[in-house]
Write a protein that binds this ligand. Sequence first.
Ligand code: TXA
Ligand code: MG
Length: 351
Amino acid sequence: MTEIIHIAPGEGDHPGIGKAAAILRAGGLVAFPTETVYGLGANGLDAAAVRRIFIAKGRPADNPLILHVASPAEAGALTTAMPPAAGELARRFWPGPLTMVLPRSPAVPEIVSAGLPTVAIRVPAHPVALMLIRAAGIPVAAPSANTSGRPSPTSAGHVLDDLRDRVELILDGGPARIGLESTVVDMTGPVPRLLRPGGVTVEELREALGPAGLALDGADPERPAAPGMKYRHYAPRAPLTLVLGEPGEVTSRIAAELAAARGAGRRLAALVHSESLPDLSGLGLVMDLGPRGRPEVAGERLFSLLRACDEAAVEGILAEGEDEEGMGRAVMNRLLKAAGGRIMLAGGAKR
Ligand code: TXA
Ligand code: MG
């Protein structure tokens, strides 16, 4: 049985925290809210507990986990080297949606890192996550709390849908504020390297890193450097097609596709920006990604909308793309992964 305990964000000292911390210390699994997505946590220093995460998620053994700690000082104990640039990023972005890959300390079990000599570390910015980590008094290993390959959970309900009876306790802290996972940056090379775009934008990282710079090639959707980014990912059950081009042409193309599908008796869903809604009304299951140019809104909604498409059992999904600026880069990264290469160019668009 999976127990669910609700904790309002402002609520300090909730008895649920002590209960969750005890489960973690005893080697069990607890799902908890973070500002990005919900995590599936285990004692990060206990190899047997960490193994249970891989089993519960059906996660490939070669995909390493992130260790969550409550302060930069605790991060220091998990790595053999904190380069100055990493110290600077920690000062600027922790607690927050940034994960840094650093040389792994021998204190960290190999299974956490899937055998790599490095370890991914993050200080999350959610009060419930921080209280839990402090109460447990251990680093908490936690991937996103979805079954492997599914969209990450942005609510306790999503976690329950995926992991019912495979996790002892879910702390329900309400909907995730950011809705996309943390930004992952590899700090072990001569130049910090983006492995996964996420809650901290490339623009913010570049500003913080200054002349040290940031390499982007590690996050190339076709040749990703993070082990986890090579898998089909963030995927709803129905095939998703990304429609790219000028906004007007994208809307017209989606309208035409929806009308044709309807004529053929196929149920499709469309994920579009608010501006496109009037042109698509009555044509199918049309969902709102928020206004164009507000990628944080699209990011907050995306995974939840993909899951809603599954609930509606549609046969296919058409999604509008996002400009790759700010949070738009992370949104597009997830859409490209979910599409797994299915891209439609509207009008005369080139990619
Ligand atoms: O926002 C987040 O990061 C959420 C919350 C729960 O913190 N966690 C999360 O974990 O998204 P997960 O396991 O779903 O994604 C972690 C990513 C994977 O792509 C993994 O391959 C990469 O980080 N990663 C972890 N350790 C790594 C390492 N040592 N070297 C390179 N990539 C690593
Ligand atoms: Mg994940």
